[in-house]
Design a protein. Structure first.
Length: 318
């Protein structure tokens, strides 16, 4: 699977299922246009199954990629070079899906572990496990981020075999091996973002599987509050009771309501606070697209459908 990051006037978009080209145009685009005043250009090429990106302390862009099949164990972290090519700095990772820098330490979500590589004089140490065997759904434990408070944030996906011991957003201090539950009640809190002025914390949530008698539930965007409960597994959508888990109207009235919801299986895998709006990448939307969400009202508007299978987002540091 060959993919490229594309920069759209300050917002970097990581794309999946995209033909590789070093051209500065976007000839692989779907129908549609960018918002007025925006342009797009390819800034990297030759990636294989990329899924998350972050700037390093050297100001270079780093990307996690599967580099093969999902469970092949060939995952990598690559550095994007000035000519747009990718240079591997870590190899043989199992299903890397997220990365975050804390000083010269690179934290990576690798399958159901969080590992760290220490970087000194440009050399990356072999990753060591910091948090092992986090509950997960067998597919992905999503992204990891360094919050404005200097803490790491990552998740364990909701697991039906252990519903009360999974579905968490965790937080941990870099360098520590102690984690704590920051919030709970998520099926898959995949991507994170903060509003820089207020510090408000947001996370997307990929929804549950088919609910008998209900169908596929919608996906969500949540405002994350410490110690709050977001409902899974007993509640879904906008605080509706899940009959499979004997949810009740009374229970669900006590959990946090989403800021916004998206169509079932839209798969919100990317999130960034950009130009006063929350931009959400709907990897599997119909069509796949970027949408904007008003952070005050939760109103969802299409931002662009020009990118095919947008996967992760990053505000350009320039």
């Amino acid at each position: 699977m060959l993919c490229n990051p594309i920069k759209a006037a300050g917002l970097i978009v990581l794309l999946a299922l995209l033909a590789v080209s070093a051209s500065p145009n976007v000839s692989r685009a779907q129908s549609g246009t960018l918002p007025t005043g925006y342009t797009a250009q390819v800034i990297a090429h030759g990636l294989v199954g990329p899924n998350h990106l972050a700037y390093g302390p050297d100001s270079a862009l780093y990307v996690t990629q599967l580099n093969g099949g999902e469970n092949d164990g060939n995952g990598q972290v690559v550095r994007i070079m000035p000519d747009g090519t990718a240079q591997a700095v870590l190899n043989h990772l199992m299903k890397p899906t997220g990365l975050a820098w804390a000083g010269n330490d690179l934290y990576i979500v690798s399958a159901n572990n969080v590992v760290v590589s220490h970087v000194q004089d440009g050399k990356f140490s072999d990753p060591t496990v910091v948090f092992a065997n986090l509950p997960f759904n067998g597919r992905s434990n999503g992204q990891i981020a360094l919050g404005p408070d200097g803490m790491l944030y990552f998740q364990s996906t909701g697991t039906e075999g252990a519903p009360h011991d999974s579905g968490f957003i965790y937080t941990a201090k870099p360098g520590s091996t102690t984690l704590s539950v920051y919030a709970r009640g998520f099926k898959n809190a995949y991507a994170f973002a903060w509003e820089s002025k207020s510090g408000t914390f947001y996370a997307t949530e990929i929804g549950d599987g088919d609910i008998p008698g209900v169908g596929q539930p919608p996906e969500k965007l949540n405002v994350i509050k410490q110690n709050a409960d977001y409902g899974w597994p007993t509640c879904y959508a906008n605080r509706l009771p899940n009959p499979v888990w004997q949810g009740s109207t009374e229970q669900c009235a006590k959990v946090e309501a989403p800021l916004a919801m998206f169509a079932p299986e839209a798969t919100p895998t990317g999130l960034a606070f950009f130009d006063g709006q929350l931009i959400v990448a709907l990897w599997n939307g119909n069509p796949a697209r970027l949408v904007s969400v008003n952070p005050q009202t939760g109103v969802v508007s299409e931002w662009t459908r020009i990118f095919k299978n947008p996967l992760a987002l990053l505000t350009d540091k320039d």
